[in-house]
Design a binder for this molecule. Sequence first.
Ligand SMILES: [Zn+2]
Length: 320
Amino acid sequence: MSFSSQVKQELLRVRPEKHCCMLSELSALTQTCASLRLGGGGGLRIVYEVENTALAKRIFLLLKKRLEMTPTLEFARYKRLGGRSACLLTLQRQDSRRLLIALGMLRESAAGEFFRGAPRSTQTRRCCRASFLRGAFLGAGAMIDPEMGYHLEFSVNDGRQDVLLGILEKSGLHAAVIKRRGKDVIYIKRGDDVADCLTMMGAHHAKMEMENIRIKRDSRNQANRASNCDQANLNKQLAAGQRQAAAITRYSLSHSLSGLPKELQEIARLRMLNPDLSLEQLGQQLSPPLGKSGVNHRLRKLMAAISESTANDEDEPITE
Ligand SMILES: [Zn+2]
């Protein structure tokens, strides 16, 4: 099952208890999965069209419980759905009008004028904004599996994005809009915002799962950064070893290593033969073995001695 479907299944188990919240969720569901259709006799009717039968049942129950309306229910098979069937919930003319007024989408005074609004409580109450977002996700939401990245979106019909954008903004969630196949797609991309949106809608389980994935992803990124850092250190160490070995070789050709103090001779020969070894590894080859800082100290002394005696040579100065 996709992550989106998991979130929807979880949201379907959340029941809006308060009257204000029921209306807010209905408002979002009406904006995302209903349309106004001309019925017989010329009146406009609200028709909800959903593929998910559990969602159809939810809309049915919300209409009945909150507004005492009973829509007619039928199934239709559509070519555009690849032969899959959809549930159609149709409200009668009077109920359609009553619903639009209740949702703040129609003003009685402006006869017949259709407003794309939302209940006032979505402006004043967080519980209602949460219910609106839950309804919008159930009706038109999708989310990418957090393993792949953070992206949650709502895809709505042209002109219906403003209300949703306003509610997201008021909830402190950063959203943007793109056009895709004639629809307005409102999306959230920041990990924190996606997580907050899930929490707000009531998808706590999905949020936990996302956070677990985030922790794994973050530590993977940290490990990658650390290994990049290790690689950079390794490159630096290799370059230094090779510079030292080249300088020692040049010195041994023009002077003699045996002119150096014994402890420096020993490290000089070892470095010349092993330009790739780290300081620790070089130290292990000495007898008695020497620690990293001891090896570093000896190498510095060696390089200083070489540098001093080749100061008059034409070779480039050795700084290491
Ligand atoms: Zn509420």
